[in-house]
Design a protein around this ligand. Sequence first.
Ligand code: TYM
Length: 329
Amino acid sequence: MARVFSGIQPTGDMHLGNYLGAVRQWVADQDTHDAIYCVVDLHAITSPYDPAELAEQTRRTATILLAAGLDPDRCTLFVQSHVPAHTELTWILNCVATVGELRRMTQFKEKGRGQESVSAGLFDYPVLMAADILAYDTDRVPVGDDQRQHLELARDIALRFNHRFGKTLVVPEAAIPPFGARVMDLQHPTAKMSKSANSPQGTIALLDDPGVITKRLTSAVTDSESDIRFDPEQKPGVANLLQILAAATGKAIPDVERDHAGKGYGALKAATAEAVVEFLRPLRARYEELEADPGRVTALLTLGADKAEAIATKVITRVRDAVGLLPRA
Ligand code: TYM
């Protein structure tokens, strides 16, 4: 079976963009792939954060992933810092990646902007991400559109490594969904919905109360026209609502477009709010069940780290050998 690997940061609460762009694919891929998923806590410490909250947020993110449908019997779910191969491989790949290519990463430029001092970790973030992927001989990486450039870099690093040291690493492909790959902020529909943006009104967290979800969707920014059509360029707010409604009801975008033709924005927003509330209801219920037994989540993560480590250790041994490090006797 081909292998998929993907990761999510534990900073902030998981939102509809994370779900539609990535996690929805992760759930589906469990049936068709050898699936490995990771809560990337080491990525989270590359920007300012609260150490008193990180561990709890990491557990909470894993719990939401389980509530969203990851099944530890059909996938491997673990915490990045529990498997040291990620950081070891990062160092080796640091000696293959170039400063020039890291400087070109748009997320580095965006995240670094406005920070008083930017950590070397933030600069190196994409190499750690490449190590996450390459440590598992990954074939496919299901991600949202904003990770496209990082995936391209991971491929370039793998190709260069193989060219320099002989065929050692599997070169991964990005799997970006045809829609939902870029869920936009409800208040600023030309910017992506994001955990870090200071736009709580524009974001829907998966665990938000139904009342909050309804309010945010019914006050979403649209435009001054009234026709409903899927046109992300000219009508980003309406297109965003249509893609959210389609995803929440399992319909195709042309179908929801047709259902709402001539009905007005108010009706579209109300229908989207109702669909999202219903869609997230079972996830909330499962989350509450899992929260009642935190020891179970901890035990599942330990098991996941053991499974992940067994795979990554083999790859890292192959990498050490390829680059010529003296084996420990
Ligand atoms: P992160 O934690 O920002 O986001 C997790 C996943 O959600 C997707 N996503 C979105 N999709 C659609 N619309 C949006 N508004 C939206 N916002 C986020 C992201 O594309 C991502 O797939 N660097 C990664 C985490 C990572 C990783 C990896 C991913 C670390 N190592 C290895 C894949 C493989 C990140 O910060 O994702």
